[in-house]
Design a protein around this ligand. Structure first.
Ligand SMILES: [Zn+2]
Length: 531
């Protein structure tokens, strides 16, 4: 595939735009700035497009970007060129990226992120990891602390290019000391106040947002304001607010909670061990997986999917699985020893993943083969459920929930694409979930599809992600020749957000430097070597 495109590309390069040499900036990392633009005119020449709509790859094309908007996508293949498809060329561009042999796809939307919930983790580290993996938009539930005003300021700093960061949609957590969080009247006031601040939505995780009267007030007020609601149906609120009730109000459902509980036939409340205590996270994270094993499969794939589809059509429900973040539950050895931890995981982040009773989601004490087996069985049911939902027209989006359970920003997002493939999504469907569906999740139809008039959020990759999602990993892919020589190729070349071109590999170099500095200071201050 690639070689064929390469040779067409090479032929076209000969006849392509006659640009003055000094205006061309090489696509090679070594010679391009870490960040440039937005440009009055940016031309990406001779590239193959995966447009994000679910359509097959096509090209080569020339993509013209004017400041932060995609202005034109001109076909440059021999047939279109013969029909005058390339006739209408513009004046000299301010920057040219030679896309010969490369692929452009819409910037990835990671719909479930936390930024610096541990304030010792610099946001710069997180943002550069995300952009380095082609993530141009995040829906973010906290930045630093939970202050909605500060989160809006951070979003604006990104929008005005004061910081190197993805586009942000701000959904603060529904929690805090304010007594109004627990009453319907108070809830409406808070939602309106947040709306006035410029907040995009609300993140609910358990009570008090899952008291049914409070949830209804939040959801209704959010709809009036055009805001979104993202719900983690925690086990303290799943009865009576299971997935069907939550989706019926138009929220997105995060993770896997609430679906199996919608599909019980011989009980209404999950059967739990007598000693179960919700505040014990080892209990909580184990039993929530086991909920899938108590669900009735026929009901799950029948009535439950039908009702969720209804809620999607009438209220805009979106399913956001975040498969990746629970993967440690089915194989903790894999998750804890991933090859990128060495160079890309800050010591403080790695440390937070290790068993610690005082830290959220660090519950891997005595995590046994039996527990992993139950979770692996739960995964099979969950993966099939999500795939079936997609096959029947359901909108599924991509989120990583990185920062917990050995899931690292950027890497987690790409792993989620691989897990969608495992579920049964074709590569085009997985990319569609990460792009156009992400735009639906954040209610912005101008992102997630490469189309004239849309915002210029793109990723430029030297290899075909449809053939191998792993080309998107910051660690690159290893190619081994017949004589056993291995070469590593870092395939994500440029991430373009709002017309600003980032050299993805330079951002990742910065991350590596932060990690090695973190390791050095861990050694000197504690006298201990991490890992
Ligand atoms: Zn989360």
């Amino acid at each position: 595939m690639r070689n064929r495109f390469r040779s067409i590309g090479a032929a076209l390069a000969m006849i392509a735009l006659a640009l003055p040499i000094e205006r061309q900036i090489s696509a090679q990392s070594g010679t391009s700035p870490e960040q440039g633009g937005p440009y009055p005119t940016l031309l990406i020449r001779n590239i193959t497009v995966i447009d994000g709509s679910g359509a097959p790859a096509y090209g080569p094309v020339n993509i013209t970007i004017r400041r932060n908007l995609i202005e034109r996508v001109d076909r440059a293949d021999p047939i279109s060129a013969g029909q005058g498809g390339r006739a209408n060329q513009q004046a000299q561009p301010d920057r040219v990226i030679d896309g010969t042999g490369m692929y452009a796809m819409p910037g990835i939307v990671d719909g479930h992120t936390h930024v610096s919930s541990n304030t010792a983790v610099p946001s710069e580290y997180i943002y550069k990891l995300l952009l380095g993996h082609g993530v141009t938009t995040i829906r973010v539930f906290n930045v630093g602390n939970d202050d909605p005003k500060a989160m809006v300021v951070e979003k604006e700093r990104s929008a005005s290019n004061q910081i190197v960061a993805p586009r942000m949609y701000i959904y603060p957590f529904w929690r805090g000391g304010d007594a109004r969080y627990s009453s319907p009247e108070g809830a409406r006031q808070i939602v309106d106040e947040w709306h006035a601040l410029g907040v995009d939505g609300i993140k609910i995780a358990g009570k008090p947002g899952l008291w049914p009267d409070v949830y209804h007030a939040i959801a209704e007020e959010a709809r009036k304001n055009g805001m979104g609601v993202a719900v983690h149906i925690a086990q303290d609120g799943v009865y009576p607010l299971n997935a069907l009730q939550i989706a019926g109000e138009g929220a997105s459902i995060e993770h896997h909670y609430g679906y199996p509980e919608s599909a019980y036939t011989d009980r209404a409340v999950q059967q739990l061990p007598d000693e179960y205590n919700y505040s014990n996270e080892a209990d909580r994270f184990l039993e929530t997986g086991r909920s899938w094993l108590q669900a009735n499969i026929e009901k799950l794939h029948g009535e439950v999917i039908e009702k969720l589809l209804d809620s999607m059509r009438t209220r805009g429900f979106v399913m956001e699985p975040t498969f990746v973040v629970y993967e440690a539950n089915r194989d903790v050895a894999r998750a804890s020893s991933l090859p990128w931890h060495a160079d890309f995981t800050l010591p403080i982040v790695m440390d937070s993943f290790r068993p610690d009773p005082s830290h959220h989601a660090s519950y891997f004490f005595n995590w046994t083969s039996n527990k992993e087996a139950d979770w692996a069985r739960a995964y099979r049911r969950w993966l099939e459920f999500v795939n079936d939902y997609k096959n029947r027209g359901g909108i599924v989006s991509v989120g990583s929930d990185a920062g917990s359970l050995f899931t690292v920003w950027g890497f987690g997002t790409i792993r989620e694409l691989e897990m969608l493939e495992e579920a049964g999504f074709s590569p085009l469907e997985a990319i569609h979930a990460a792009t156009e569906n992400g735009g639906k999740l954040v209610k912005n139809p101008k992102i997630g599809v490469i189309r004239p008039g849309n915002l210029a959020d793109l990723v430029i990759i030297s290899e075909n992600p449809l053939a191998n999602m792993k080309v998107l990993y910051g660690t690159g892919i290893t190619k081994v020749s017949q004589d056993r020589k291995a070469t590593i190729e870092k395939c994500v070349k440029f991430t373009i957000r709002d017309g600003v071109v980032f050299d993805a590999q330079k951002l990742l170099d910065d991350v590596r430097a932060m990690v090695s500095k973190g390791k050095a200071s861990t050694r000197t201050t504690a006298g201990a070597v991490d890992r």
